[in-house]
Structures are given as C-alpha cells and as structure tokens.
Design a protein around this ligand. Sequence first.
Ligand SMILES: [Zn+2]
Length: 419
Amino acid sequence: MSDIILSEKNRAYPPESYISKIWQAFGSTRKIFNLNLDKTKKIYQLTALIKSGDCDNIDVLEDELEKEKIRITEAAYKKIPEYDYLNEVDSTILQQSRMKESVAWKNYRRQKRDGTLAKKQAQFLDKLNGRPMDDKEQYKFSNLCKPKFKSRKNSKQSFKTTNVKVDFVNNQAYFPSIGWIKMKNPRKLGKAEDISGKTFKYENGQYFVVLHYRKVHVELLPKTGKTVGIDLGIKDVAVTSDGFKSGKVPSINEADIRISRDQRNLHRKVLGSNNRSKARTKLQRSYLKKSNQVKDFLHKLTKKLVSEYDEIFVGDVPSQLGLKNHNLAKSTAESSWHKFKAFLEYKAEIYGKKFEIVDEKYTTQLCSYCGFRFSDISLSTRSWICPECNSKHDRDVNAAINIRTVGSTGIAFGKTNIS
Ligand SMILES: [Zn+2]
C-alpha cells in the first residue's frame, strides 16, 4: 500500500442563484493574481535594468525596486476603495490566488533550469525559419513559459480554497461565501478528513469541483515478473515488445474534422457578434470532447500496462518524425505521447512499478535478434528481413524489443556491431 497526494475532478451543478457569486469569486481571484503578477514583473524588469547598468537614474530605480518588493496582502487590497468588492469573497480564496502567482514563477524557473524553456525557444525559432520576428512575435518569444495575466475572456476560470468541508453523504462540497455545491458521482478516492482543499473550476461552459487529498491509500498492483519495451508512434500510440499494438487514439480523425469545421465556422462570424460567441463555445466544446476521449483512452491503456508489467521502458519521442511540418494529426500525436508518458510515470509510482524513458537511437534499425544494424529503413518500411540472420521483423515491435533491451541492460543491444 502506498500513500499519495491526489486530486479528483468532479462535474458540478451549482444552482442558478450561485452563478453571480461564483463569477465574483473568479473575478476577485484574477484580480489578486494579476496585481501580484504585475508587481513581480516590475521587480524583474527593474532588477534587470539596474543590473545592466544601462540607466543614469539608478538611485531612483533602486528606490522604486524597494517599494515594489514590499508585498501587499489581500487584507490591504481590500481596504482600497477601488477593490472594495474583494470583501465579498472568502479570504482563503484570495490567499490561494496570491500563492498561485508565486507557484507560477517557481514553475517558470524550473522550466528555465530543466531545459523546457530552451526547447520551446528552439521550436519557436524553428517555426520562423530564419525570418526576423515582428513585435508581436518578439513579445511572445520573450514571455515563453512565463506566467500570464488572467483574462475574463479565458475559457477556463478557477478559484481555490483551503476550506475542507465536504459532505459525501449528499455528494456536495462547501465553498465559503458561496454555499454547498452538488458534485456528480464523486469517486471518493479518499476520506473526507484527508481533503486539504478544493478548487472550483469553469471550463468551456461546464463547472467542476476538484477535491485535493492530502493522502490516498492505494493498493499496490501484484508483481508479474514481466518487463516490457514500448515504441511510440502515430498509427499506434504504443507498440510493445510482446507484439501488442494499441491502435491510434480513437476517433481522432473525426474529432479533428469537427474541430476544423468549428474553426472555419468561427472565422466566418462577425467579430463581437452573438453568433461568434456561440461558435466559439461550440469550438471549445469540440476541443473538450476530443481531449476527454484522448485522456480516457490513454488512462485505460496505461492502467493495462502497469497491471501487466513490473518494469516499463518507453522510447524517447520518435526523432525520425522530426518536429517540422506541423499539422493537426501530428500535434495530437505529440501531445498524446506526452500524456501517455506522464500517465505511465505516475501510475507506475502509485502502483509500485518501474518506469523509465530510454534513448531510442538506432532502436528502429537494429535487428533485435542478432544486433545487425540495417540502415536501409525508411519511414514507410513496415517490416523487414535481417540480411544477417534472416529474422523477419515488424518494424515497431522490433524497435520495442530493442527499447526493452536498452532499458533492462543499460546498453544498446548489438552496440559492438555499430561501425
Ligand atoms: Zn539479425
């Protein structure tokens, strides 16, 4: 058994009479977040300017910086007449919003450290193809991974509270300054007393209550003694070294066709019109539907894999597909690989299994039987016969077997044969 921190997202149905209070809480949360973000941004800018020495009024700037560094609490903002409306919202909600802002910067610094930012910058430049950036692009580039101001127009809104009141008998959660809100069939992953807080969310026209558990008891899955290698792809999201092929994400083509249609529809509508906002909601729903389908498929697939195997090795993103030539199917595949790995990683941890990403260099080209490197494989080669030992290989299964070998031994199979 293991104890883990877990969140549970449940569809919620607030009564009509709560809606204005809920949106007031969203608005106040955004305000606190944006006020804090504005301050942090100024601190960053002033610090950079002073450091660069590229200014002749350094004393003034330093004074200004000291002033910005003094944090203003929610309680102080509440006293400013302009922000009087903050008094109508529960203080834990406002406090959580301030903390969210500082977590957002922490995430930014982590992404800067671990190379995510550099990767995104490289992708951005790659798309430009050598063309100089215009002002808009320059702004976007310098703000990659950084926290963004929250807008009323976002299709996602949320607020969080550390209030822990939940009633599992009537399936409802209490939000201070709002009231009890019904949840649809909560899974009840843990006990009510293990809840550390709650988030109320709005996403594309639907409401959700997310319960945050401090700890959830999870039974470990029984050991099977089996090890598997997994090759990621588009036709099949995952192909295993045992020959299992997952198939592509279900109805992905239909979902993409629906999204393209909704996008075209949206662009045909007059800016600011009622019809445009209707078309936008429709497009958001299509995105949501697709995302749910993909998640559902990947959850089932990853659960199956952690149940069947003790050690799971997954090849790094297929490099031969390249990052250029973006289209919808490709970006869907990329995001599904990313989710697949993330789901596998946390499920392996929860259920006491091992998960590792391995470098998949040459895994497509090496014969998994004798180690011969057959470099004559193109993207369209589905199967091949090893000229050295005559083994017949399915391209993806062979790659998955090599990934398993690399993962479990730590050395690439047949490495000695690579000239
Ligand atoms: Zn061979």
